[in-house]
Design a binder for this molecule. Structure first.
Ligand code: N5F
Length: 409
């Protein structure tokens, strides 16, 4: 006799998702990565560090050294706050104490945890227009009401910020002052000071995201908002700026080592949020990074800066040759991105399909706008392309753009 299981009524899974889950969106960058993994596509899409520059031997030796030094503790569960020598190194550089430093599993996790501890449904969150789409993605499930801040070639327009602050009781402002993602622009010193004053005056927290601030290849280094706030208050526990940075762009992204610096009440909540998320960042990975920060990291930063500076210059030269004159682009002083603005009416999402047919990819600008728009913009990353790929890729992209512009005439 054959056994037939009793029929089970099927549960409507989609209807059982939380409101938070329903607000979640997919990362446009990660979606495009699927396409660009085809070997013959030249990708200017993901902000991927140049893999040929990764210090593989140094990482191997650091792993060995950490395992020798710490033995089984390198493979054991460890504290949520993070590996103390690494936190001490970060704290010493910033002029704070390890109690003000939380290690996170990629600054992407930092953004999610900050969203979790700071954003209630309906809270006004101020973001640059455009801004890092991954931050929008992290915050969105917590139900923010985004208000966009106008930007120009010097970053956030602080006069406009003042008007926005008067009109909206905001909870926090998320900003990327150095070599902004996606525009590559840098917030001027004068505006940094003004932004600090205004946000303090209106009681607005600032989340300063600075993953590639050390990758400046032109011009003078500027103090972070966090540093400026610390100079003004003299007390890290009074800072209304929460600073986020990462070893992803200066060392390697795959170890997923990053950190948040903030006043203790914020760090204490972050610790609790992180306990619920992943208990702690992988122990061995943190130990590896701690072995590398003293000698390898400074050398690596110099190597990467030089390479990205050359690649940026190269890409800009090719853009001048290959793009129609009505197309505008930014000239970054560091980091990994530049931003292209096509004539109004062009749709870069449609353009991407045509570009991929010609074996070249970019990120369309629209997903970087919290409230939509920017259909005529795109982000190009120069960090992981060789000169030959830049030459061929920008040429192909130029042809795609010309074709699209002709079609609209
Ligand atoms: O520290 P990590 O690796 O988690 O970096 C996240 C992050 C946080 N904040 C800003 C401003 C960033 O630009 C990033 C990384 N963004 C890259 C991008 O292309 O915009 C990497 C995304 C790579 C990917 O999704 O595979």
């Amino acid at each position: 006799m054959t056994f037939s299981p009793p029929a089970l009524p099927s549960v409507d899974l989609a209807a059982r998702l939380s409101g938070r889950a329903r607000r979640m969106t997919a990362s446009a960058i990660r979606e495009i990565l699927k396409v660009t993994q085809q070997p013959d596509v030249i990708s200017f899409a993901g902000g991927l560090p140049a893999p040929e520059l990764f210090p593989i031997e140094e990482v191997r030796r650091a792993a060995d050294a950490a395992l020798t030094k710490y033995g089984p503790a390198a493979l054991q569960y460890s504290t949520t706050e993070g590996h103390l020598p690494l936190r001490e190194w970060i704290a010493a550089r910033a002029g704070i104490t390890p109690a003000h430093v939380q290690i996170v599993t990629g600054s992407q996790q930092g953004l999610d945890l900050l969203g979790k501890i700071l954003i209630d449904e309906g809270d006004v969150v101020l973001v640059e227009a455009p801004t890092y789409l991954g931050a929008l993605q992290s915050f969105l499930p917590y139900g923010p009401r985004y208000v966009e801040l106008p930007t120009d070639e010097h970053g956030i327009d602080t006069d406009a910020l003042e008007a926005v602050l008067r009109a909206h009781p905001a909870k926090l402002l998320y900003a990327i002052p150095n070599f902004q993602n996606p525009t590559g622009r840098t917030l001027s010193l004068e505006r940094r000071r003004r932004l600090l004053e205004l946000t303090a005056q209106y009681g607005v927290l600032v989340v300063e995201d600075d993953p590639y601030g050390k990758l400046r290849f032109r011009g003078e280094e500027l103090p972070s908002l966090y540093q400026l706030a610390l100079e003004l208050t003299g007390d890290p526990d009074r800072s209304h700026v929460i600073y986020s940075s990462s070893f992803s762009k200066t060392l390697v992204p795959g170890l997923r080592d990053a950190w948040v610096q903030a006043a203790r009440p914020i760090i204490e909540k972050l610790v609790q949020a992180k306990q619920g998320a992943d208990l702690h960042t992988p122990t061995l990975n943190q130990m590896i990074v701690a072995e590398l920060v003293h000698d390898v990291l400074p050398r690596q930063i110099e190597t990467v800066k030089k390479a990205y500076g050359e690649r940026a210059q190269d890409m800009i030269a090719r853009l001048r040759e290959a793009f129609p004159p009505e197309v505008q682009f930014t000239t970054p002083e560091g980091g990994m991105f530049l931003w292209v603005t096509l004539p109004e009416g062009t749709d870069t999402t449609a353009l991407l399909t045509r570009a991929v047919e010609r074996k070249v990819a970019f990120v369309p600008g629209s997903p970087f706008y919290a409230l939509g728009g920017g259909q005529n913009t795109m982000r190009l990353s120069y960090s992981s392309a060789t000169p030959e790929q830049i030459r061929r890729g920008i040429h192909a992209l130029g042809e795609t753009i010309r074709e699209a512009l002709e079609a609209t005439r």
